[in-house]
Design a protein around this ligand. Structure first.
Ligand code: ATP
Ligand code: MG
Length: 351
């Protein structure tokens, strides 16, 4: 909890209201959002953002998409697409949504945090070891240092809670370590954030290969994307792998294909996978039910997305507004860190 916060339910935008819990999270623009991202990340975030006494900041982590070889045109497209998709999901209404790169305090703080972190502890990060090992010496330096940027992303807002997937758990632990170390060495500036795992979110698997997770950067064939048209959704579900047993049952071990569809249907309709199957006869009926729910759930997302894509200036305006709100929240923390570390503030140069 932040020391200054008091819970008040107001009709004010999240960025200006008094809050008791601040939640910060980022999503990397590395591919098209799919329904796994939706039930596992976007919808839990929407729920959080809409709960009283919570202030939620969500950013498109464009800088984190540059730690490995990247294509500028592709990064540009994927950044705008992710921003528009998140807005289309409603995240811009209840959360402060912005591009990470549009708030320079992130990188400003990241360098200062690098001055509190050790080479050894950074090189021990599992993600670094795995990815750098695969790249044999050609790995970007930012692959080693990005966990300090991640720490800055969170600490600069004095976040209380950070929703993290399993793969980012170690980086959040590092963030907590750096925050405690800083507070002990230079004075209490940071809030030490807690990790939040979305409540037993189902891991949605590829529709083509139920042994693999549905992923942004994996084969598009097995995925349903949030901005897919109904015909594409229907085709993807129709070609989902199931089995020959005509009687449906929920058995993730023995019937992974059917179980995956049941989990997705359950997650979308607020039921357990088992009860999502109730009343349905055969894989065809399950697929028809799932297609209908997916099409209906995603219809408004897709139409809002189309509006935003047709009006790029409006998308930019909304992102700029989000960045301004975020920058205002970040500025006092960065100023406090600079002062605590001994940086002399002579103000902005004027021409
Ligand atoms: P990539 O293939 O690039 O790793 P991804 O689809 O796994 O992409 P991430 O950016 O790694 O997406 O994760 C974004 C969020 O979506 C995280 O909170 C993660 O837990 C969640 N998520 C990703 N894939 C799934 C899935 N198949 N089912 C449920 N949640 C998922
Ligand atoms: Mg992933």
């Amino acid at each position: 909890m932040t020391a200054t916060a008091t819970a008040t339910a107001t009709a004010m935008p999240a960025a200006t209201g008094g809050v008791s819990t601040r939640v910060v999270t980022g999503l990397k623009p590395t591919g098209r959002l799919h329904v796994g991202n939706y039930v596992g990340a976007v919808r839990p975030l929407l729920d959080l953002a809409r709960s009283v006494g919570t202030q939620t900041l969500v950013f498109v982590a464009d800088l984190h998409a540059m730690t490995v070889e990247h294509d500028p045109g592709r990064l540009r497209d994927q950044t705008r697409e992710l921003a528009a998709t998140l807005l289309a999901c409603g995240l811009g209404d209840d959360a402060t949504l912005f591009l990470q790169s549009a708030v320079p305090a992130h990188t400003g703080l990241a360098y200062l945090l690098e001055c509190t972190a050790g080479y050894g502890e950074m090189a021990r990060m599992i993600q670094f070891k795995e990815k750098a090992g695969a790249e044999r010496g050609s790995a970007r330096l930012s692959l080693l240092t990005y966990p300090t940027l991640m720490a800055a992303d969170v600490l600069v807002y004095r976040a209380d809670v950070v929703p993290v997937g399993d793969d980012q758990r170690q980086h959040l632990e590092l963030t907590r370590t750096l925050a405690r170390r800083f507070n002990a060495r230079y004075g209490e500036v940071f809030t030490v954030p807690a990790a939040a795992t979305p409540p037993s979110a189902a891991r949605i698997r590829s529709l083509r290969d139920p042994a693999a997770k549905m992923g942004k950067s994996s084969s598009a064939d097995g995925s349903v994307h949030l901005i897919d048209p109904p015909v594409r959704i229907a085709a993807a579900v129709r070609s989902a792998v199931t089995d020959l047993d005509p009687v449906l049952s929920y058995d993730p071990e023995l019937r992974p294909g059917v179980a995956n569809l049941a989990e997705l249907l359950g997650a979308l309709t607020g039921r357990t996978p088992h009860s999502a199957l109730a009343g349905l006869r055969g894989a065809g009926a399950l697929k028809a039910a799932l297609t209908e729910v997916l099409v209906e759930t995603l219809r408004p997302v897709r139409s809002r997305y189309a509006e935003l894509v047709a009006d790029p200036a409006e998308l930019d305006r909304r992102m700029a507004r989000g960045a301004a709100a975020a920058a205002a929240l970040a500025a006092p923390t960065l100023a406090a860190v600079r002062a605590a570390m001994g940086i002399v503030d002579v103000g902005q140069a004027s021409m």
